[in-house]
Design a protein around this ligand. Structure first.
Ligand code: 5GP
Ligand code: MG
Length: 187
């Protein structure tokens, strides 16, 4: 797997530091009196890509949180560009009146957030905020609101730290690009 890496964009140490900073920002913004009520927040990772990011992030958020799950498919199989986002599963429960924080791995075309934010608002959430670990440097990614952004990256296909290529590489601890031979082999 190591031989498949073309370039390391962020090491696990860099990611860990940034995730902690994001958690501190989120904690501050969700601590009363910055939010109404008791500061309850329901965190909704978008599966599968955001599972590692979310697991690391929430352990630095010392608030009363609940978890909902949402599964969205946008890069089925070996696609390197979005094929359009589709909600393919959810375990959200009753979130009427809850403050939700959606967590995604990467903001690319914006299709996923444009689909999921209104879907959660429709369930009666009091507010829906968004947090992405990565945002690609392309105009479409700046047309949707991301309240918290970990890193800006060039418009390249990346894997690792939960992000996959054809469901491989999610367990790489760093965020990397793949060399063409690896892409061909796993296509
Ligand atoms: P969007 O809907 O904003 O185009 O893309 C968001 C989803 O597409 C992400 O949740 C992620 O699953 C997938 N995605 C977008 N860019 C990349 C990428 O560079 N690498 C990987 N592995 N997935 C990506
Ligand atoms: Mg995703």
């Amino acid at each position: 797997m190591q031989g498949d890496i073309e370039r390391v964009l962020f090491t696990q140490e860099q990611i860990a530091k940034r995730v902690k900073e994001l958690a501190q920002d989120i904690t501050r913004d969700h601590t009363p009196p910055n939010v109404p009520g008791e500061g309850d927040v329901t965190i909704v990772p978008i599966l599968t890509g955001a599972f590692i990011f979310c697991a690391d992030l929430i352990r630095h958020i010392p608030l009363q949180i609940r978890i909902g799950l949402m599964t969205v498919s946008s890069y089925p199989g070996s696609s390197l560009r979005t094929q359009g986002s589709q909600i393919i599963g959810q375990q959200i429960g009753d979130v009427r009146g809850h403050h939700l924080l959606l967590i995604d791995d990467i903001l690319d075309s914006g299709g996923t957030l444009k689909l999921v934010v209104p879907a959660l608002e429709k369930l009666g959430a009091a507010s829906v905020k968004t947090c992405v670990l990565l945002r690609k440097d392309r105009p479409a990614a700046h047309e949707v609101v991301a309240d918290y952004v970990g890193f800006e990256i060039p418009d390249e296909f990346v894997v690792g730290y939960g992000l996959d290529y054809n469901n491989y590489y999610r367990n790489l601890p760093d965020i990397v690009t793949l060399n063409p031979a690896a892409i061909e082999r796993h296509a």
